[in-house]
Design a protein around this ligand. Structure first.
Ligand code: PGA
Length: 255
């Protein structure tokens, strides 16, 4: 199996940006540019309050809508939280789990990431599980161990069949929102480490079937080179997904 047999997924991560009205306007701008793309999956992960507007605006196009986080329980006394079933009920198909900003600012751990990945799969959502090393870890030479550990811990209890429904995003913490992109070779190397880890956890056929994205300052200029790499099956895009022409250029680069 090779790259051609895996889905390429270009996903926007809007983070804490846009009101519902701004969401509708931006998706309306994007629709003519990316709405008919059939060479990759195109999705936008948006803030909870923008989901309804996003689903409505994306109707009639190939753009799918995701969330940026969720809770692992189905319901209960968790003030301020949202469950997988709630997301599903409003038309969400994908959910980002364990983004480094969630790990850094909201104390998410590999253990909560694992609970959320399981809950997302149980509800029929596709989790986009994020892993990535800090600059300090990279400089210490422990990047491969950190990446393997986050991958393994996040996937405890997930069997091979379920694994084929998980997307993994490699997002080096030092590249997110910094303008300092990993080189294409660095991205390919680490996506390859993740694939090898999956090969050991499951089997290599399963590992070859999993979409592994790169994220971290991917933009209209560097996307083509990053996406040309053997192990890079798409992108998780923050800043550049907030501008229709930039996001469209990245979707085009996935051709
Ligand atoms: P960035 O964010 O593209 O703005 O670096 C990527 C991400 O955090 O998913």
């Amino acid at each position: 199996m090779n790259k051609e047999t895996r889905a390429t997924v270009i996903a926007g991560n809007w983070k804490m940006n846009k009101t519902p009205a701004e969401t509708a306007a931006l998706i309306n701008d994007m629709k003519p540019l990316v709405g008919a793309a059939d060479w990759c999956k195109v999705l936008l992960c948006v803030p909870y309050v923008d989901i309804a507007a996003a689903v409505e605006a994306a109707k009639g196009s190939n753009i799918e809508i995701g969330a940026e986080n969720m809770h692992w329980e189905a319901s209960g006394a968790y003030t301020g939280e949202i469950s997988a079933d709630m997301l599903k009920a409003v038309g969400v198909k994908y959910v980002i789990i364990g983004h480094s900003e969630r790990r850094q600012y909201f104390a998410e751990t590999d253990a909560t990431v694992n609970l959320k990945v399981k809950a997302a799969l149980a509800a029929g959502l596709t989790p986009i599980m994020c892993v990535g090393e800090t600059l300090e870890q990279r400089d210490l030479g422990i990047m491969p161990e950190i990446i393997a550990m986050q991958t393994k811990c996040g996937l405890i209890g997930i069997d091979a069949e379920e694994m084929k429904k998980v997307i993994i995003a490699y997002e080096p913490v030092w590249a997110i929102g910094t303008g300092r992109t990993a080189t294409a070779d660095q991205a390919d190397e680490v996506c390859g480490i993740i694939r090898n880890t999956l090969c050991g956890l499951y089997d290599c056929a399963t590992a070859e079937a999993v979409t592994i994205q790169y994220g971290g300052s991917m933009n209209a200029k560097n996307a083509a080179e990053l996406l040309s790499k053997k192990n890079v099956d798409g992108g998780l895009i923050g800043g550049a997904s907030l501008k229709a022409p930039d996001f469209a250029a990245i979707v085009d680069a996935a051709k």
